[in-house]
Structure formats: C-alpha cells, structure tokens
Design a binder for this molecule. Structure first.
Ligand code: GUN
Length: 286
C-alpha cells in the first residue's frame, strides 16, 4: 500500500479551513503567519511560495518578508522583534538555511516560543521532551506520525519504531513523538553498527538521512510501515533532474506493508502541519 500524503494533507487542510472560520466567528481572530526569507536560494523560494499560498487557501493571513542575502544578524533580529510584538502575527517562520554569516541558533532563540510555528525554539523542544500540552511541535515529525496512523490506525503501542537520523528538525522530535505513542524507539545514525539488522527489527521505519536510495529492501521486516522523509535531487537515466527519497522505493515497496512516496508523501504533510501549528499558535496568542 502507498500512503498518499497529498490526500492526507488535503484532508487536514479541509479540517483547518473549518477551524479557521470557527475562530473568526467565535473570537474575531484570523490566524496570521509571517514567513521570513533571507537571500535567493531557489529551493527555499519554492517552499516559501507554497507555504504562503496554502496558508491563504485555508482562510488565514500570510505575509512574506524577503530580505537580501547581505542582511546582518542584527537586522534580522530587529525584524523578528517587530514580529514578536505584532498582535496580528501569530506564527513566525524563518526559512532555513540562512546565509553563513547568520547564526541560526541565535535567530531561532529570538522568536517568541508561542509564535514559533516550526517548533525549533528550546522552549518548545523542552515542552515536547517533557510531554507538556502547549508545545508547538516540529511540522515534519507531526506529519510522519499522522501518515503512520493512516496505515496502522491510532494505536501504535508496543510497536518497534526505528528512526534513521538524529537531527533537531526531524530525527530527535519524531523519536519523542513515537515514544509518546508508546512505541519502543531506536534512534540509528551514521555511526550505528549493523544498521541493516537494526532496521530489520522495525515495525515502523522512519528514514531521515538525506541520501538517495539509502534504505535497502533487505533491511525491511516484511509488512513494516515505511515513512520516507528524504528529498534528494538526482539525475535520471536521461540526465533529467528528479526527486527521490532516502528509501529504494521500488524494491522496498515489494517487501513492506505500506510506504510513503517521494514526492507526494511527507512533503505535503509538512506544510499542512505548519498551517495546523499556525492555528494552534493563534489559540495560544489570541
Ligand atoms: N527549510 C527546509 N525545511 C524547513 C522547515 O521545516 N522550516 C524552516 N524554517 N526552514 C526549512
């Protein structure tokens, strides 16, 4: 079975459209998201355009602030301070990566935690770690859990989940979410010994390594649920650019129980969860 992330994202947006209308009716609040883009990275420009477009489609306000590549850290901090103090802005997202001369950790720390719709601020990662209800949780990990449940249903208790990757954006938070779901969780990474054998234990396998076709069919327990977070640009046989995940899709699909495609799997869910976080932030700040 292929887990359709595009459909799942459309379903979530439908629910959010109703929630946004309800917030407006009950409280007179229209959730607002501001996306800040520094520099001219073409991939980032595409992501930001999609985020802005979809935010508006569910009835929310979306603004984009484009800053030149030579923007200083101090200038960006000043922009963030203004947004932190603006009551019409419920969510703030600074598109990553930032130019090299700007320290990302300084920028993430400067966003008011209750407006941090990426869930990257230490206050939000701490809330997630402690299992506190007010946490804004990173978008891609939330999407991974929702797609897993599309196939396995709500109860993931006791299942062995293996996460390959330990980034602050995906690996660590998705492992914490799986733990909250009562999974037995293993975090594997580039130094893990016997990676194939570790993966063979997985009822749920989350691949977030950033290497094309890295996960092999021989690593998969028959019937396992595979969530592919990778977005890798490679050239096909004819030299044309194409997107592939971290999983050797064609061969793994023949062994596993369910798998997310790339594109059309986790990617659309990430943006839908950003919209969900913006609604949650409007409730926190509204
Ligand atoms: N760049 C790539 N993915 C992301 C994301 O989820 N959030 C931000 N802020 N930047 C990104």
């Amino acid at each position: 079975m292929i887990i359709d992330g595009k459909q799942a994202a459309a379903d979530l947006r439908k629910i959010l459209t109703i929630e946004v209308a309800q917030l407006k009716k009950d409280k007179g609040v229209v959730p607002g998201l501001t996306v800040v883009l520094v520099g001219e990275d073409p991939a980032s420009e595409v992501y930001v355009r999609n985020k802005v477009k979809q935010t508006r489609e569910v009835g929310m306000i979306s603004n984009e602030i484009k800053l030149p590549n030579d923007t200083s850290e101090a200038q960006l901090l000043a922009v963030l301070q203004q947004l932190n103090n603006d009551d019409a802005v419920h969510g703030i997202l600074v598109q990553l990566p930032l130019p090299k001369h700007i320290d990302e950790s300084v920028i993430i720390a400067a966003i008011t935690p209750n407006k941090d719709v990426d869930g990257f601020h230490a206050m939000n990662s701490g809330r997630l770690l402690n299992g506190e209800p007010g946490a804004l949780v990173p978008c891609t990990p939330q999407g991974c859990i929702m797609l897993t449940k599309k196939h396995l249903g709500e109860d993931l208790s006791g299942l062995h989940a293996v996460v390959i990757g330990r980034s602050n954006i995906v690996g660590k938070p998705v492992a914490l979410l799986l733990l909250q779901e009562n999974c037995t969780v293993t975090i594997a990474h580039s130094r893990t010994k016997n990676l194939a054998e570790v993966c063979q234990q997985a009822d749920i396998l989350i691949a977030a390594v950033g290497r094309a076709h890295f996960v092999q069919a021989s690593w998969i327990k028959p019937g396992a649920t595979i969530i592919d977070v990778g977005i890798n640009r490679i050239e096909d046989e004819n030299g044309k650019a194409k997107l592939v995940g971290d999983v050797d899709f064609a061969n793994v699909a023949a062994v596993c129980g369910a798998i997310t495609p790339v594109p059309g799997g986790v990617g659309p869910m990430t943006i839908a969860c950003l919209l969900k976080n913006t609604v949650a932030a409007a409730r926190l700040n509204g």
